[in-house]
Design a protein around this ligand. Structure first.
Ligand SMILES: Cc1ncc(COP(=O)(O)O)c(C=O)c1O
Length: 352
């Protein structure tokens, strides 16, 4: 399969002259900086946020690249994963003309991004065990399909998608294949980042919001070919990550071992929660999970949901979502939180 990015990009994006920021034109650190209309003294709080940050976050990318086994030029960092999701749609899909393919039930932002950008969506539902229906997906693609979105581990089902199915789509589709790996740190399989040099149409999304515990900083990662990363850099807001965010992330990258420990703790709690939930008669089914949450089918999902809310325990009601009838999505909490959840569910069972 030959992949030609110029055929995938919207023509005006291909020819776009990007905004050139002061920090694009001179990248040295030393000097008297009178180029960006900054305050030369300090910030009002006495700190030093008065200078614009590095638009491309090179210090972070140098540190992150060996952790992820990619080259710094294969990394784009965004304000959450939502930013690269939106940029990818805007770079490739002409509104009302091009389309993208989703496999419900899946993460809601792909559809929302399509709707914001007025881009039609082709939906090919996952199978009942939340795997890709590869032949249906390949048959549904049109010459106007620019992106196929795959979420693995999938939200809200929690499972990894079969590797062979993803490879089959990569091999047979000439548009972009985005594999969203927001939950990959909780999974037992390796990331698709290791396939980047084999597939020029592959894009992998990850996030610092889950395993790294940095959701509030809003930090999403996008890994792809240098060519694709250059396009994202061209169309992003010039300073999309603040200096404060960059500093905090740079420091956090020293704590890879702590991240692994947190993941281990969450995985142990996930198993504990699973076995205890399985003992409850009101639980009908617990789906296999490769993430930090469980999709759980209840006899009376709306009754359970309401009772939990009354007790100030908030889970996610997925019972109206395709293939998720009667299901609630439960994030694995701390040992204490999970204990309270289990006790509350037992109390509901006695009452019901
Ligand atoms: C599959 C998936 N992708 C992306 C995200 C969002 O990540 P971020 O916080 O980086 O925007 C989520 C959040 O729940 C998610 O479930």
């Amino acid at each position: 399969m030959t992949f030609d990015l110029t055929k995938i990009l919207r023509p005006h994006i291909l020819n776009l002259v990007p905004y050139s920021s002061a920090r694009d034109e001179y990248t040295g650190k030393e000097g008297i900086f009178l180029d960006a209309n900054e305050n030369p003294y300090q910030s009002v709080n006495g700190q030093h946020w008065n200078r614009y940050p590095d638009p491309y976050q090179w210090a972070i990318k140098q540190k992150l690249a060996p952790i992820k086994g990619v080259r710094p030029t294969q990394i784009f960092l965004g304000n959450g994963s939502d930013e690269p999701i939106d940029l990818l749609v805007r770079a490739t899909c002409t509104p009302r003309e091009d389309n993208m393919l989703l496999m419900p039930p899946t993460y809601g932002m792909y559809q929302v991004s399509a709707d914001i950008n007025d881009v039609p969506v082709i939906k090919v539902p996952l199978t009942s065990d939340f795997q890709i229906d590869t032949s249906k997906v390949l048959a549904a693609l049109t010459p106007k399909t620019k992106i196929v979105w795959i979420c693995s581990p999938n939200n809200p089902s929690g499972n990894l998608v079969q590797r062979e199915a993803i490879l089959e789509i990569l091999n047979n589709f000439q548009g972009l294949v985005v594999v969203d790996e927001a939950y990959i740190d909780f999974a037992s399989e390796p990331s698709f980042t290791q396939e980047l040099d084999n597939y020029p149409n592959l894009i992998v999304l990850q996030t610092f919001s889950k395993a790294w515990g940095l959701a509030s900083l809003r930090l999403g990662m996008c890994f792809a070919s240098e060519e694709i990363i250059k396009v994202l850099n061209k169309i992003k807001p010039p300073y999309n990550l603040s200096g404060a965010t960059q500093q905090l992330l740079f420091e956090a990258l020293d704590y890879v071992e702590t991240k692994k420990q947190l993941v281990n703790d969450i995985l142990a709690e996930r198993e504990h929660l699973r076995t205890n939930l399985a003992d409850l008669p009101l639980v009908k089914k617990i789906y296999p999970s490769d993430s930090n949450f469980l999709l759980v089918e209840f006899d009376d999902a709306s009754g359970v949901m309401q009772y939990l809310i009354d007790q100030k325990i908030i889970v996610r009601d997925r019972s109206k979502v395709i293939l998720c009838d009667g299901c609630l999505r439960i994030t694995v909490g701390t040992a204490e939180e999970n204990k309270t959840l289990l006790e509350t569910l037992k109390a509901f069972a006695i009452m019901a």
